[in-house]
Ligand binder design. Structure first.
Ligand SMILES: NC(=O)c1ccc[n+]([C@@H]2O[C@H](COP(=O)([O-])OP(=O)(O)OC[C@H]3O[C@@H](n4cnc5c(N)ncnc54)[C@H](OP(=O)(O)O)[C@@H]3O)[C@@H](O)[C@H]2O)c1
Length: 296
């Protein structure tokens, strides 16, 4: 592969970190953006070959970030719970980044299935209705800020004639982390795990598949932006993955607390994304086994 210059926003995050490290390991020139408040994480990224740019996306100063680049990947997300800050950092900053990087060949803007109106576990297509604050009980600004960010990315793709893919990620996880880790930790601590009354089912996707699908996501970038769901075909419930990991980690039998006041199911229709991205390589049992063994 020809080495590329790639800007990765959110380079210290659960998803952005393994992506930025993998792209650097492949020989690309990777510029990572984040606040880098944790010096240990910064050192880890520098050691992985990532050039670090400390930027606060609430009031971004992008002056050190290259304008000559091949690709922009935006995995940043800000969840302060303050509407002004979260709209500025997620939505306005997505546009400012694309404006700054407008000479790029393509952009991947990472969004979330949280933009969809909950369907009670029915598969959501890319043209399914958006709306209702999917995450309102845990992260009140999240769904709205993610939808606003998609609109800004869509606008910027047109305004700057910048080929863009907006990928609505479902539940990412891998050896470096993910939401399911919290469930295992709660089970280990004997705490009941909230699950939605709709069954809490999601299309999980392993970091390895996320990394390997990035070239195809960039290849799919268009103006106006392409919108794709992003997840594997494995639909797994919180109960299923927690029980599975507890078994492997030797944790106590988990207990669950069904409620309407938690994140509802997000099952996606994967027809369009499978056609563009191909199949995922890591099945959920292999991925969760590795995660549980790593944590144990
Ligand atoms: N995790 C999930 O289960 C999930 C599910 C669906 C979709 N997604 C989407 O996947 C993408 C990546 O999510 P993630 O889970 O990796 O998020 P994360 O772990 O919370 O990481 C967020 C990243 O954004 C950076 N960031 C946050 N606030 C910032 C600010 N004010 N200025 C600059 N950088 C800031 C963080 O770096 P610093 O803190 O170092 O600044 C970090 O690198 C997001 O688009 C998210 O919406 C995630």
């Amino acid at each position: 592969m020809i080495p590329r210059t790639i800007v990765v926003a959110g380079a210290t995050g659960q998803v952005g970190k393994p992506v930025a490290k993998a792209l650097a390991a492949q020989g690309n020139e990777v510029h990572g953006l984040a606040r880098f408040k944790d010096p240990i994480v910064r050192e880890e990224m520098v050691a992985a070959g990532v050039t670090c740019h400390a930027v606060d996306l609430i009031e971004p100063d992008l002056s050190t970030v290259p304008t000559e680049l091949d690709h922009l990947l935006n995995f940043a997300v800000t969840k302060t719970g303050r509407w002004d800050k979260d709209l500025a950092a997620n939505a306005d900053a997505a546009g400012l980044l694309m404006q700054h990087c407008r000479k790029a060949k393509s952009v991947l803007h990472c969004s979330s299935t949280a933009v969809y109106a909950p369907t009670g576990g029915e598969p959501m297509r890319e043209d399914s209705p958006l709306g209702q604050d999917h995450h309102q009980y845990m992260m009140p600004t999240y769904s709205t800020a993610k939808t606003a960010a998609e609109s800004v990315a869509s606008f910027a793709a047109k305004a700057f004639d910048l080929p863009t893919t907006i990928a609505r990620l479902c539940v990412p996880y891998g050896d470096e982390g993910g939401w399911p880790i919290f469930h295992l930790m709660m089970a280990q601590g004997g705490q009941p795990i909230p699950v939605h009354t709709d069954g809490s089912r999601y299309n999980v996707i392993h970091h390895e598949d996320i990394i390997s699908q990035i070239p195809a996501l960039l290849e799919a970038a268009t103006t106006p932006a392409t919108i794709l769901n992003w997840g594997s075909d494995d639909v797994v419930s919180v109960e299923e993955w927690t029980r599975f990991m507890c078994d492997i980690a030797g944790a106590p039998e988990p207990t669950f607390a069904p409620t309407d006041h938690t994140i509802p199911s997000a099952v996606i229709d994967t027809e369009r994304s499978r056609a563009v991205l191909g199949p995922c390589a890591v099945d959920w049992q292999t991925g969760f086994r590795r995660l549980a063994e790593t944590l144990a």
